[in-house]
Design a protein around this ligand. Structure first.
Ligand SMILES: [Mn+2]
Length: 393
């Protein structure tokens, strides 16, 4: 190779390198020309900050990107329409514990959802109708269930006692005639429903409960012949007896206007069904879905609750463990996520005064978070039901 051809190659190479450097230089200088100031980019008035905030799974992980609020602290005066509240409690469960991590598991499962996104089958965008905040979790002691449940009761009552951001035409269903926020609680084992029902009954009077579960949860606390409790000791409430206590306290609407849907758990005795009826429920069994379909289940629910104020309590074990394995007491033969969505859509127009989703124990979930995603989507559908219908007489 001659010196001149080497010079040509060298100069060509140098010119390519120079061109690449120019390209890099152009990119850097165009950024510099825009004077990118990251303090400005993330400032409250920035258009970019706004669009970033609407993108999924960024920022703080709240339920379906609801705004985080220190509901019990410095922001306790800020009004809202719905509070999402975590109840990290699992020390009254009869089998596998772990639901104390349910609230954050459900939030994690909701990261691709948004309260500001359109729920297509429900035909609604929640934020067009409701201001939803996530209050985080209630502190619940892990050494004394009675105290822990009282903590939740106080927190829930504090939220419910406020005035909601929005007021509506017509008369509120609340006993005081005012409009109050609604609470969507993320459990927690199912025992938490007792203090939550005390809260809604305090505001609205007795409510009709729509209870999605594979178990009745109406069992009376019972000392066996050689049981562990001393003669005059109180038998503590558990995730299988809280509805019995709720009935004793007059929290449930009368005349069997409460319903279980998805029931399929084993019984100790056929008399369990008599007891369940006395507590105030009617039953829709999981295997009925094969015969009457989701429309039949919806019809049965609507006939049962009528025009009463409604509280929805959903144990994730109502869903088949193939789609929701991460729960304390799984039962095969459950309903599918598609069926629960159709049933919830069928409840459109009911006056939902509050709701909970319980028994999500993320430690047993699959790596793809299947249970937490199912629970989150169910919560998102319940918010849509709340958005559709204000609690007006
Ligand atoms: Mn259950």
């Amino acid at each position: 190779m001659s010196m001149s051809s080497l010079a040509v190659i060298l100069s060509l190479t140098l010119s390519v390198v120079a061109q690449q450097q120019r390209l890099v230089g152009t990119t850097l200088s165009s950024l510099a020309n825009q004077n990118v100031n990251f303090t400005h980019v993330f400032a409250a008035e920035s258009v970019l900050a706004e669009s970033w905030a609407e993108t999924s799974w960024n920022g703080l992980t709240t339920f379906a990107r609801a705004g985080p609020l220190r509901c019990f602290g410095v922001e306790s005066e800020t009004p809202y329409d719905v509070a999402v509240l975590g109840a990290p409690f699992d020390t009254a469960t009869s089998f596998r514990p772990g639901a104390r991590f349910g609230p954050n598991g459900i939030r994690q499962g909701s990261r691709r959802l948004g309260v500001d996104r359109i729920n297509v089958p429900m035909k609604i965008r929640v934020t067009d109708h409701l201001n939803v905040v996530d209050c985080g979790d209630v502190p619940m002691v892990y050494t004394d269930n009675k105290v822990a449940l009282r903590q939740l009761e106080q927190a829930n009552a504090a939220l419910l006692s406020k005035a909601s951001l929005r007021a509506y035409e017509g008369k509120s269903l609340a006993k005081d005639g005012k409009f109050h926020p609604r609470v969507l609680t993320l459990g927690g084992d199912h025992t938490i429903t007792l203090p939550l029902l005390r809260g809604v009954a305090g505001v609205y009077g007795p409510v009709s409960v729509i209870h999605f579960d594979s178990h009745l949860d109406t069992w009376a606390p019972k000392q066996t012949e050689d049981g562990p409790w001393l003669p005059d000791e109180e038998i503590p409430v558990s995730h299988g007896s809280y509805f019995w206590y709720a009935a004793q306290e007059g929290l449930l609407a009368p005349n069997n206007s409460n319903i279980h849907a998805g029931i399929r758990g084993a019984l100790s005795s056929w008399e369990d069904y008599d007891n369940d009826y006395e507590v105030g429920f009617v039953i829709s069994h999981a295997d009925e879905l094969e015969e009457i379909g989701w429309k039949g289940v919806v019809q049965k629910i609507r006939e049962t609750v009528g025009d009463n104020p409604v509280y929805i309590s959903l144990d994730i074990d109502v869903i088949d463990p193939g789609m929701a394995p991460a729960t304390g007491t799984p039962e095969i033969g459950g309903i599918t996520t598609r069926e629960i969505k159709k049933i919830l859509q069928g409840l459109s127009g009911l006056k939902i005064v509050g709701a909970d989703i319980v028994e999500v124990a993320p430690g047993y979930d699959t790596q793809d978070e299947i249970t937490q995603i199912a629970a989150a989507n169910i919560g998102w559908d319940i918010l849509a039901l709340m958005a559709k219908t204000p609690v007006v007489e």
